[in-house]
Design a protein around this ligand. Structure first.
Ligand SMILES: [Zn+2]
Ligand SMILES: [Zn+2]
Length: 308
């Protein structure tokens, strides 16, 4: 049975409406050829990439999917809106599917197993096809109890629409000095907003596909997750994916000081000013073990030492 599913998913997928839009977003930056692209547009592209990579990893992933820290109700809503400017659908949709990925890693129920379905399906096929359009609210009951989150999840296109329109105005002002000179703002929209969005798609989806392929494995997680420094830099810390599969409850994914994890540093800064709290660290017995059996043994020894 699992082989049948795997073969089916390796065939070309039928495009959904969202999938068609996804492809169009890749083509929009080409329109910049007919505009005067400025240095500001490129800098904004870089800034929007990293700002929104933080939203993907710090919000969709480490907050909504794994609940690794806490925040207030109003800031949680603001974070969801920020995350959704990435055009990666609603925060509840994203997090519910990701919970499925951890529960069923590299088995037929994993929405995007590169091991079973190959690179293309695990990278983009599952998103552009019709199989995973719905939000599985039963997987995300803890956040679906907030009506404002369900609302913004349903109208997930509102935050990117506002950001796109704002980008045109800002581009017009910076590139020509006049807020209403839209001619000067189109290049900012194509490069600053759409190009960074398209690159961000692939930065994010590499977490699903090649992070279960390239890299080293420190922990025995029973799946194909790997650690990779280059991917950690591109994705602000998500490259420590084997660490993450071993202990998803931690806010940090770089378990050691040399494992750079910019998402974690930013969340730490937000905790210093009181916007978020209860950031989860990695317990020593987890960090220094290879598998769960060994971790339990290390924990037992350290508890005995404390009691003595
Ligand atoms: Zn995860
Ligand atoms: Zn994974």
């Amino acid at each position: 049975m699992s082989e049948e599913i795997a073969l089916e998913k390796r065939k070309p997928v039928k495009l959904s409406v969202g999938g068609t839009l996804f492809l169009i977003i890749h083509l929009l930056p080409i329109l910049a050829i007919w505009t005067d692209v400025t240095m500001f547009d490129w800098l904004l592209c870089l800034f929007f990439y990293y700002l929104r990579m933080f939203f993907v990893t710090g919000v969709y992933h480490r907050y909504f999917a794994h609940r690794t820290y806490k925040t207030s109700r109003w800031f949680q809503f603001l974070l969801a809106c920020g995350a959704q400017t990435t055009i990666q659908k609603g925060a509840l949709w994203w997090a519910a599917h990701h919970r499925g990925h951890h529960k069923h890693s590299d088995t037929p129920s994993d929405p995007h197993s590169m091991k079973l379905y190959g690179f293309w399906y695990s990278h983009v096929g599952w998103i552009i096809g019709p199989d995973y359009n719905e939000t599985h609210y039963d997987q995300i009951k803890d956040y679906a109890k907030y009506p404002e989150l369900v609302w913004i999840n349903k109208f997930h296109w509102i935050p990117p629409l506002i950001m796109g329109v704002a980008t045109v105005f800002i581009g017009a002002k910076v590139n020509s000095g006049d807020w209403l000179n839209f001619e000067a703002g189109w290049s900012t929209l194509y490069i600053g907003f759409f190009l960074s969005t398209a690159i961000l798609f692939h930065g994010t989806f590499s977490i699903n596909s090649i992070k279960h392929y390239f890299g080293t494995k420190r922990y025995d997680t029973g799946d194909e997750s790997k650690n990779n420094l280059i991917l950690a830099l591109v994705t602000m810390g998500e490259g420590w994916h084997n660490n993450h599969h071993y202990y998803p409850a931690a806010t940090r994914q770089g378990f050691f000081w040399w494992e750079v994890d910019f998402t974690y540093y930013i969340l730490k800064l937000l905790s210093f000013v009181g916007l978020v709290w209860d950031i989860q660290e990695v317990p020593d017995h987890i960090k220094h073990s290879k598998n769960i059996k060994e971790a339990m043994e290390l924990r037992r020894i350290s508890l005995e030492k404390k009691a003595a």
